[in-house]
Design a protein around this ligand. Structure first.
Ligand SMILES: C[S@@+](CC[C@H](N)C(=O)[O-])C[C@H]1O[C@@H](n2cnc3c(N)ncnc32)[C@H](O)[C@@H]1O
Length: 244
């Protein structure tokens, strides 16, 4: 297998920085981009497999909402194989879903993953033992976030789990700038330049809208979840597990 293509999207000075989109250019480099940008991304993949084995039972559904190239779905399918569990991998980026469908066709495994190209607001959630929302909610219109979590909660079986991962905004200005600075340094250590970091930040402005930890916890409680635990936190990236 060839190594993932290196993310150089913001390496050269751009005349104009456009708003970030999950288009073909991003899909081409996405595995490298997310691995070098999100501290803990690989650990989360391992935890997901452990959580899937703990929560998913035969005959139920798994939803990977904002699945991109389907890394989480593929990891979960691998962890559960050959159990008969249906995984819905949902994303509104046609190119991401096409790439995932192509990958599934090229595999020799009968993974029961259905790639679905639609907005998360359009998918109905039923009989779910596990729902994954990894770094997706932050790209959804803030006024639609409550409704999405309520829909997810009502489609989950009793005792099932939802995994929510996000880049958060810290409430204290000092903590926020400290964590941002460390994250910039993390990206420098991953080989990104100052120019790449600043142009990507500009592209994400107004596209990725972060919530605070308090805001997330309040929304999860409003949706109905009573057991909410922090699974991991690296700098300003947090993962919660919420159990119904
Ligand atoms: C940062 S990526 C998610 C990464 C992925 N979950 C993973 O762990 O590899 C966010 C994804 O959410 C998708 N997305 C954003 N808004 C969406 C929406 N309203 N409905 C469906 N997908 C959406 C984007 O197309 C993108 O692929």
């Amino acid at each position: 297998m060839s190594p993932p293509k290196k993310d150089r999207i913001y390496a050269d000075k751009l005349v104009e920085v456009h708003g970030f989109e999950f288009n073909e250019e991003v899909a081409d480099v996405f595995p490298d981009m997310i691995r070098r940008s999100v501290p803990g991304y690989e650990v989360l993949g391992t935890l997901l497999q452990i959580i899937a084995r703990r929560f998913v039972s035969e005959g139920t559904h798994v939803y990977d909402l904002g699945c991109s190239l389907g890394t989480a779905s593929l990891g979960i399918a691998e962890a559960l194989y050959p159990e008969r569990v249906k995984i819905f991998a949902v994303d509104n980026s046609p190119v991401m879903i096409q790439r995932l469908a192509g990958k599934l066709e090229s595999l020799n495994r009968d993974f029961r993953i259905s790639p679905v190209c639609c907005d998360v607001s359009e998918i109905s959630i039923e009989n779910a033992s596990l729902v994954i929302l990894n770094y997706t909610l932050q790209f959804i219109d803030p006024v639609k976030r409550d409704a999405l979590l309520m829909k997810i909660y009502s489609g989950m079986t009793q005792g099932s789990a939802m995994l929510l991962s996000e880049k958060i905004m810290h409430e204290q200005v000092d903590e926020e700038s400290f964590m941002q600075d460390l994250h910039d340094r993390y990206k420098l250590a991953q080989g990104y330049s100052d120019l790449e970091i600043s142009q990507k930040r500009e592209a994400l402005e107004n596209v990725m809208v972060r919530d605070t930890d308090t805001h997330h916890l309040e929304r999860l409680r409003r949706a109905g979840f009573s057991r909410i635990y922090v699974l991991m936190k690296h700098l300003n990236f947090i993962s919660y597990i919420a159990i119904k």
